[in-house]
Ligand binder design. Structure first.
Ligand code: IPM
Ligand code: MN
Length: 358
């Protein structure tokens, strides 16, 4: 029995609705297993800009630092997307949080769900049984490199991609650790035929690979990897890559399963880990009680497993999610045509009840 402190950061768009359901599920599981769960909510993203002027206020950061885990919704607002001149942007809050919490590894498991295969844009035989994990570097590369900006007359813009040996080593090491517990294959994705940073990634990976003779190591250029992900997704076990390539490839990975609304993620590193759905803030659906809460509920499962080392609790959540889908308690995004669908809160409540009864 543990006492667990959770920082709850619902964020923008559908964030509050889906996080509410994931928190209820978390509390139900905590109660079932006799844990004391203490939680506190704080603003992040566009709503934090409105409230405090900052997308990641100090008070939110302090809460994250003193918590055992962060349950995160989503950030982003069309108000800022359509205004390239905005001085403060919600995404800066996410980047600041990643940097300040030292979240250097973003883990996105890409798994298929029985009963949803037909929703994939890929033919069933290509995707059925695909199960891989993308490990994206999250605090370096182009998204953080400096200098970044514009020439004085504004006619030229630039970003910097920079990686140190140390930044690469810690994440590649992590990828091999995961591969050892899985099917023992690492695919390192880079653009080593063009980029100096990619060549350093490859050099470091080759050195680490030599320490893991049981693990098969493969190197793919990112353009080729993007193609392979739709041609032969089952060829992957653990993919490790730098920040921007990982950003792009994980979006691709998330839709080939046919269910963007289903995929959770964990960001881990030096301080408190953050658990969040892969999908964004989906502003069109905000406040309508139609968003799929399963990705966030499955992120809560990852939180139990990775942050609290409570695997049985995590598995119970995953089982409850599988049962809800079997029972047809699903939101419209994953329902079959003509079948009645449920609201966000109905899915969450069904799962809570199932947990209480099992
Ligand atoms: C993600 C998101 C973020 C990113 C945005 C919102 C800054 O797309 O988590 O992948 O690109 O890192
Ligand atoms: Mn992204």
């Amino acid at each position: 029995m543990k006492e667990l402190h959770i920082a709850v950061l619902p964020g923008d768009g559908i964030g509050p609705e889906i996080v509410e359901q994931a928190l209820n599920v978390t509390l139900a599981v905590g109660k079932k297993f006799g844990h004391t769960i203490l939680h506190e909510t704080a603003p992040v993203g566009a709503c934090a800009i409105e409230e405090t002027g900052s997308p990641y206020p100090d008070s939110t950061h302090e809460l994250c630092m003193r918590s055992d885990a962060v349950l995160f919704g989503a950030i982003g607002s069309p108000k800022y997307d359509n205004n390239p001149n905005a001085k403060v942007r919600p995404e800066q809050g996410l980047l600041a949080m990643r940097k300040k919490l030292g979240l250097f590894a973003n883990i996105r498991p890409i798994t298929t769900f029985p009963g949803l295969i037909h929703k994939s844009p890929l033919r069933a035989e290509l995707i059925d049984g695909a199960d891989f994990m993308c490990i994206r570097e999250l605090t370096g590369g182009l998204y953080f490199g400096r200098p970044q900006g514009r020439s004085e007359d504004g006619s030229v813009a630039y970003d910097t991609c920079m990686y140190s040996r140390e930044e690469i080593t810690r994440i590649v090491q992590l990828a091999y650790d995961y591969a050892m517990r899985r099917r023992k294959k690492v695919t390192m994705v880079d653009k080593a035929n063009i980029l100096a940073t990619s060549r350093l990634w490859r050099e470091v990976t080759q050195e680490i690979a030599a320490e893991y003779p049981e693990v098969e190591t493969e190197f793919l250029f990112v353009d080729n990897a993007a193609m392979r992900m739709i041609q032969w997704p089952k060829s992957f076990d653990v993919i490790v890559t730098e920040n921007m390539f990982g950003d792009i490839l994980t979006d691709e990975g998330s839709v080939i399963t046919g269910s963007l609304g289903m995929l959770p993620s964990a960001s881990i590193g030096l301080h408190t880990s953050v658990f969040e759905p892969i999908h964004g803030s989906y502003p069109q659906a905000a406040g309508k009680d139609i968003a799929n809460p399963l990705a966030t509920i499955l992120s809560a499962a990852m939180m139990f497993e990775y942050a609290f080392d409570l695997k049985a609790e995590a598995d119970l959540i995953r089982q409850a999610v599988a049962e809800s889908m079997k029972a047809g308690i699903v939101t419209e995004d994953i329902a079959d045509p003509g079948v009645p669908t449920c609201h966000t809160h109905e899915v969450g409540e069904w799962i809570v009840k199932w947990i209480e009864q099992h």
